[in-house]
Ligand binder design. Sequence first.
Ligand SMILES: Cc1cc2nc3c(=O)[nH]c(=O)nc-3n(C[C@H](O)[C@H](O)[C@H](O)COP(=O)(O)OP(=O)(O)OC[C@H]3O[C@@H](n4cnc5c(N)ncnc54)[C@H](O)[C@@H]3O)c2cc1C
Ligand code: FES
Ligand code: FES
Length: 478
Amino acid sequence: MTSNIIEFILNNKIHRVSNPDPNETILNFIRVKLKKTGTKEGCAEGGCGACTIVLGELINNNIKYKAINACIAFLPTLNGKQLILVEDLISNDGKLHPVQNAMVKFHGSQCGFCTPGFVMSMFAMYKNHNHLNNEIINDSLSGNLCRCTGYRPIIDAAKSLNKKTDNDKFIKLKKKTISLFKKIKVKNVEIKNENKKYFAPKTIKELKTIIKNNPESKFLSGGTDLSLEVTKARKEIKKIISLNAIKELDFINNKKNEIEVGASTSLLKFEKYIKKYYPDFDSILKRYGSVQIRNVGTIAGNIATASPIGDTLPLLLSLDAKIILDGIKKRELIPLNEFFISYRKTKLKKGQFIYSIKIPIYKKNIFKAYKISKRFDDDISSVCGSFNITIDKNKIKKIKIAYGGMSEIPKRAKNTEKILINSNFSEKIFNKAIKNLEKDYKPIDDMRASKSYRMEVAKNLLMKCFLEIKNKKILRLN
Ligand SMILES: Cc1cc2nc3c(=O)[nH]c(=O)nc-3n(C[C@H](O)[C@H](O)[C@H](O)COP(=O)(O)OP(=O)(O)OC[C@H]3O[C@@H](n4cnc5c(N)ncnc54)[C@H](O)[C@@H]3O)c2cc1C
Ligand code: FES
Ligand code: FES
């Protein structure tokens, strides 16, 4: 059964919107249609956090809270969620929420433009963590920019929330909210709004039927890239197929020394999982956009976008990841190494979608990855380097090196690898290898970095990798 109506919870009531515009952002809907102007618009491209809202989702009979950027989220994606706005934090008797009180007490606001966004990010953090530490606080607030208060009072406000003294209104209303979630029957959504269509199937089978009848549609995962076609490039996307209601695509499996990640698994969920196997993968993801971006963005979206500076791509290439492509024809498994053809061009055919990503777990390897960007948080890479090395009795048995930001596609440094493979692990051989990076890459000049800077950084990262491994070995010997 399909429905052209989306349903969501707002202020403990179910709201319905029939045939919403698939290209309208949640931010526009909140400010213009709901006339709730507490949520602000700053950059309109996911970078400043002024528009942060929180979505509640019912997972295993519990409500999970996600901070997201309303400026780059399409309205129909609200279906089945609880929408929480800054205006809704105040209790019915007019009391400020503990996070708002903390911002007042610690003078965390001056002009106030960024404040609603900070409050909402803090609210999601407050709801999702029982104990706060500096890492959680910095991470939770990394997607919010403030240009007047300075971050110290805001961080102090966040730190003070470690002692939860009060049950907030959302705990008091939890039972009622859960009962409302259960009343919403998430159906297959099929929207027709003037010349635009939006589909949100619930199964892969239904997805394939929709693809067959609408092969020119664009897939929507987290929307952190796709939505910018509307908000920044001012284009219209006529047909969208959302993959987010398909539970079969939201999974992480671990079998036979291989992790398989479903296409609609969020980066944040994956980041928590991968830390145990590849801590450097987690460190890179911590610097990937912000919590708001990683709450919705996916690896599949990063791969399909095929940006030369997509952060997961060099890491996956050096780990020899494979991807499963599905569609109306039969499934195929292809090495990621063969997927990127030229600038933002991939082997994805019309009607084909990424089903999952398979990442090998090596028993004895050393995995290192480094991201170089102008700002530490919430910035895109100038260069990202990733190194997967197996050393046995001081001999380099396996070596896979990949860089982002060094050519029109993210790619392996195969000439450099040839120098290193089966050689002794020594400074001499790494000094020879770094010169070979010039055979592998011809980087470009752009506003992020010059070609000479990029090449210098790539060489230094390979040397850094060598030195870190060498120093660790020396430490172990001592
Ligand atoms: C503020 C901000 C900060 C960012 N920071 C970073 C960063 O630090 N590092 C980085 O690498 N990127 C960054 N990005 C870019 C973006 O987050 C990534 O490209 C992201 O991985 C895209 O994933 P998504 O799920 O949001 O994809 P979407 O936006 O939903 O889709 C992106 C593209 O992939 C296609 N697609 C999506 N899923 C599939 C699928 N399963 N099969 C086939 N095609 C599919 C879509 O049709 C679309 O063309 C940032 C973006 C913003 C707005
Ligand atoms: S308005 Fe800047 S992140 Fe949305
Ligand atoms: S208080 Fe003015 S930008 Fe943050």
